[in-house]
Design a protein around this ligand. Structure first.
Ligand SMILES: [Mg+2]
Length: 503
């Protein structure tokens, strides 16, 4: 038992270089992670969202969205020309951040609704912690009633909006840039107006930008659509093993048709039993107002009442209640893939009992960081230090107090270093220092499985069972063997596949 600060310090330097053997090699970005146990053998029907799920887009799209929205601000909303000097900053913002509309602040919030110190940005510059505390009445806590609604929409009162779309990365960057322009040039402005004008969720912005996005992608499919062959391979594999497939997208048919033809070939519709376009998710999952309509071969709307959903046809709008009635596809034999936690997955999970899989492209980059020795070392050291602080705090002698303070500042430095390995402004999208982020909590709640891209499915047999890792609850004993046994498997067939492709 360690008694004095000196003993603890020597323990610290002697013992904590131990990183669990092989821990860094357990993960790779082709792994599918489970929040909940899922047996693929029980899944007969696979459903998909289209944008950022079947079709992954390259980051080049972000720059174009940013430039176009910046152009709108200046030409349409008459903002100062000087904003043009701000080019897109690729790794500034991250998904899942919150934005205080009235104060014009971008920030990361954790699962307990606390702002993470050091991650609050006004314009392009960090706001000191003391000032953040002052701005929020002496606390880092952001009350739930101030947060944007369930689907990330800001209704009436809410003052803080969470950005959940992959699409919203250029939007956050533009907000930061425009705020920065006004602040550095000492121009008085109202951040609320700025938010309204920039926000691509606003009717004008969204309609315009989406329209542009469709046009850009269709003009250069090779440049903008990534990993199309892998999507093709996944669909082939599912169909060849007798699975039923369906597609529910908010995008228009002409756009989806172009992209799918590019990835899968002109007979792509043969793969799907049901295709629904312009579905108006999330309302598709919640309202039962809009009936399905059929599109004819020219893409024109037909007037007949829809009595069944037929293979080879294209349907528009509709709602999940009719979908369930007409197909009979209910419960856990259905697995639906989408990238938007709220508008794709939340309702399915909470109300309808389909299995859900989230596509989280950020995992690729974050897994790489987590696998570095630097990260493993930082984290092991951080945890050891925290454990020792926990014990040392009861020692009241001046020497111990001194050491405690040194450890405290070292811990602070370590936290910042670890955060910066991911994104220097906001850190990992999954964690604040010790807690899961707000984003992470939603991810766990609304998805059974999550993965970098659909192509991860290629590494698993279609009768594979995903077992989540059993992490001990706070009152349970940390049985480390238990932690390393389940949920830590290397992607089972990846090595075989890689070996084959080497030949
Ligand atoms: Mg999508």
């Amino acid at each position: 038992r360690l008694k004095t600060a000196v003993e603890m310090t020597s323990f610290l330097s002697a013992e904590v270089h131990v990183i669990p053997p092989g821990a860094c090699n357990l993960l790779n970005s082709s792994t599918i992670y489970a929040n909940n146990e899922v047996n693929l053998a029980e899944v007969d029907i696979y459903g998909f969202d289209y944008d950022y799920t079947l079709a992954l887009y390259s980051n080049a799209l972000n720059t174009m969205i940013y430039n176009t929205a910046r152009g709108f601000l200046i030409e349409h909303f008459k903002y100062p020309e000087g904003i043009c000097k701000y080019d897109y900053i690729p790794n500034f913002a991250a998904r899942g951040l919150h934005y205080d509309i009235q104060k014009g602040l971008l920030m990361k919030i954790d699962a307990f609704h606390y702002i993470q110190p050091g991650t609050v940005y006004r314009g392009l510059n960090p706001v000191p912690d003391e000032e953040v505390l002052q701005l929020y009445g002496g606390t880092y806590h952001v009350p739930l009633q101030q947060d944007s609604g369930f689907y990330g929409k800001v209704k009436g009162g809410p003052k803080v909006k969470q950005f959940m779309d992959i699409f919203s990365i250029p939007e956050m960057t533009l907000l930061a840039a425009a705020n920065d322009f006004f602040i550095t040039n000492d121009i008085e402005y109202d951040p609320v107006h700025l938010f309204k004008d920039v926000s691509v969720s606003e009717a004008i912005g969204m309609v315009h930008l989406k329209g542009y996005m469709y046009k850009w992608v269709m003009e250069d499919l090779d440049k903008f659509i990534l990993r199309g062959e892998e999507t093709d391979a996944v669909l082939h594999r599912l169909v060849s093993q007798g699975k039923k497939l369906f597609l529910i997208t908010n995008s228009p048919f002409s756009f989806v048709d172009k992209g799918m033809t590019h990835m899968v070939g002109k007979n792509w519709r043969d793969f799907f039993d049901v295709v629904i376009v312009q579905a108006d998710k999330p309302h598709f999952f919640t309202d039962c107002i809009k009936p399905f309509r059929r599109l004819d071969g020219n893409g024109d709307l037909r007037w007949e009442r829809i009595q069944s959903l037929e293979k080879g046809q294209i349907y528009k709008q509709g709602n999940l209640f009719d979908f369930l009635r007409l197909t009979g596809w209910r419960g856990s034999k259905v697995l639906y893939f989408g990238d938007h936690l709220y508008s794709d997955l939340a309702d399915l999970m909470l109300r309808h009992g389909w299995r859900t899989a989230a596509i989280v492209p950020e995992l690729e980059q974050e897994t790489k960081v987590v696998c570095t020795d630097r990260y493993a070392l930082n984290l092991t050291w951080l945890q050891a230090l925290t454990g020792l602080m926990e014990r040392l705090q009861t020692h009241r002698d001046p020497e111990s107090k001194q050491v405690f303070q040194e450890w405290q500042s070292e811990r602070e430095e370590l936290r910042v270093m670890t955060k910066n390995l991911f994104n220097p402004q906001f850190g990992s999208i999954f964690r604040t220092c010790h807690n899961p982020t707000y984003f992470s909590r939603r991810l766990c709640r609304f998805s059974d499985l999550y993965m970098t891209s659909l192509s991860c499915l290629l590494n698993y047999d279609l009768s594979y069972t995903f077992y989540p890792r059993r992490t001990p609850l706070q009152h349970e004993a940390p049985l480390w063997m238990d932690q390393l046994c389940t949920g830590c498997m290397k992607t089972p067939y990846l090595e075989e596949i890689q070996a084959e492709s080497d030949i």
